[in-house]
Design a protein around this ligand. Structure first.
Ligand SMILES: C[S@@+](CC[C@H](N)C(=O)[O-])C[C@H]1O[C@@H](n2cnc3c(N)ncnc32)[C@H](O)[C@@H]1O
Length: 322
């Protein structure tokens, strides 16, 4: 069959249907996102099923992808299910041990801000605010220093709705979810009239002079794990074995993450293991840009080592066979 004949036959089949479609447009009614309901937790697939399905479909996943699913899954994610901070939880943090911690940080922020000139109105932005205790301690100091409700606003970047509810109940006199079109997803007021806003991403927080606090936040962000092999740096991946169990394997080739993240001076010296958070680097860059452009101060506190440790990945390890 020659090509012009094929073309004519195709035209006969395709063109009439194209014309018909041209006259057959009709408005499709899409569901209003505001009325969409989340599946009930009981009907949602388990985290393990989600991870295994992803590996079956796309091949081994990075430790960062694994962490992202395990931490942020809306129904079963680590911070979504229960209160994990405090005596009845899995760990305790400095603000939960003594109010002095938050109060000292507040005094440091005030002292540094005074050197810069007028600081009202002031936005306080906390990343991963846990139970909201640190902010309560900061507000106590600001109250003593004469800040009024209209001088300050609180902006909480929180991924977990469970933690968000705990924060709202402790900080606010009243609070409510807001329209889906707004940059924040929840808002409220403290007893002294300070406005409080919740976001799922730092990018959505208004650009203004701010105090940024990230206490034990960066260490929950997903990390990529790398190992030095005879062939150079390779990434640690999570795969499924023939018994349908998760296990670690080393990538055969340099992954994209190796090319982008393993750079001097990190890759030099005697180190044979590296843990790098691309998300953490992104958030740190955003903080630096915001302070640079709009003014303010950022205080990041985490507890770790000075580069001498290799493997520090502990969260949810029980899912993976080692
Ligand atoms: C280890 S806790 C620290 C809590 C608090 N800063 C403290 O010192 O008590 C980590 C907090 O970050 C939140 N979180 C985890 N991943 C997050 C993400 N990707 N974005 C925003 N918040 C996150 C958790 O829900 C929790 O509130």
């Amino acid at each position: 069959m020659n090509s012009s004949l094929v073309f004519r036959m195709c035209n006969r089949l395709v063109l009439p249907s194209m014309v018909a479609r041209g006259y057959a447009y009709k408005t499709i009614k899409r569901p209003d996102p505001k009325t969409l309901k989340m599946p009930s937790p009981a009907s949602a697939p388990s985290i393990m099923d989600i991870i295994k399905e992803k590996i079956r479909l796309n091949g081994p996943i990075t430790v960062a992808e694994y962490m992202h699913i395990v931490i942020t899954n809306p129904t079963e994610g680590y911070y979504m299910k229960k209160e994990v901070i405090g005596e009845s939880g899995d760990f305790v943090t400095s603000p939960e041990i003594t109010q002095l911690f938050g109060e000292i940080l507040a005094i440091w922020f005030c002292a540094e801000t005074q050197k810069m000139g007028p600081s009202k109105p002031l936005q306080i932005v906390e990343l991963g605010p846990g139970k909201g205790t640190l902010l309560l301690d900061v507000l106590r100091v600001l109250n003593r220093l004469g800040y009024k409700g209209s001088d300050v606003s609180l902006h909480l970047v929180e991924i977990s709705t469970t933690m968000q509810a705990i924060q709202a109940n402790r900080l606010c006199m009243s609070h409510r979810p807001v329209d889906i079109d707004m940059p924040h997803n929840h808002e409220g007021e403290t007893v002294s009239g300070i406005k409080v806003y919740w976001y799922n991403d730092l990018k959505k927080v208004p650009n203004a002079f701010s105090w940024y606090i990230a206490h034990e936040f960066f260490d929950v962000l997903p990390i990529h794990k790398f190992e030095k092999t005879d062939k150079g740096w390779r990434e640690l991946l999570i795969d499924l074995d023939k018994n349908n169990k998760l296990y670690y394997r080393i990538s055969g080739e340099e992954t994209q993450s190796v090319k982008m993240l393993v750079r001097p001076p990190l890759d030099s010296g005697d180190r044979t293991e590296l843990e790098i958070s691309a998300r953490g680097l992104g958030v740190a860059r955003q903080l630096a840009q915001r302070v640079d452009e709009f003014g303010g101060l950022a205080l990041i506190a985490d507890y770790g080592h000075e580069g001498e440790k290799g493997d520090t990945f502990r969260v949810c390890i029980f899912y993976i066979c080692l």
